[in-house]
Design a protein around this ligand. Sequence first.
Ligand code: AHG
Ligand code: MN
Ligand code: MN
Length: 298
Amino acid sequence: MKLEEFLRLNAPEDLASLTSAIAEASVSVWDNIPFKSGLLSEVNPSGEKQKAIDVFSNDLFVEALAATGCVREVASEEMAEPVEGKGAFSVAMDPLDGSSNVESNNPLGSIFGFYSKRLPASGRSLAGALYVTYGSMITLTFSFGKGVHRFVATRDGAKMSFELLSVNLKLPDKPEVYGFGGFRKDWITPVRKFVDSLEERGMRIRYCGTFVGDYNQVLCRGGIFAYPQLLKKPQGKLRVLYETAPMAYINEEAGGYASDGSRDILDITPSTLSEPSPAYIGSAPLVHELERMISSEK
Ligand code: AHG
Ligand code: MN
Ligand code: MN
């Protein structure tokens, strides 16, 4: 089944338009990745140096989303202020996740949260979320509250169209993989103890340095991804609005749980657009176990 048909049958109209616009723009992002890996002189609101592909993908997605007429605003980790529109949804995005990995051709991604309230807002006001993977396949993984579904880009004459790959994706019961960001020496003690125990349980390390790529493996094989609270970065690195809440939404729809170490990430109401949070996301029993270990060490 093609994406447009699936959306017509299963998605609210505005979310269908936003998803189609992202799908089409994602192919243009993918086409341009090899030619826009250069570092720019500007930094984003989180103080991180921008790459040409960060800005290119940001501008392309802003234009595509605004053209649908369905956005109240588009906020991005690459922009200080949102772009205003006259539609119903506040879209928060990480237009290119993992841009430090472009040169090494590691997996990259884009993350979108479709919020019903003006931003910043908690993940509880998400009406849907979507992530794109740019890897061996371009895939769209999304949910509008009725299961997690996946489409893959396929050659369709001179253009690319998106074909259905999976419906109602769920985290497997048996957790197989884990990936924790940051330096091991900077992890808080409960995190280090927990990770050591995972190896003893036979789980395998899978860490590519891109949140989308690392989470996608957890969704496919079960387990846990974390960009944890660090001794020098108690708030971790990943941004709630643009990265951890949209992925927590999808993860919860797939039967998982995502925590900032003490509460569900979806319950966080960020005070600023770029506010980060520690992120522990994946198979619910593992994330709850780590949450208990962290709170018992407080
Ligand atoms: P972005 O490229 O959007 O800034 O995101 C990069 C993030 C995330 O994708 C990944 O999990 C994390 O940075 C990796 O951080 P380290 O390089 O510190 O491991
Ligand atoms: Mn990014
Ligand atoms: Mn990112």
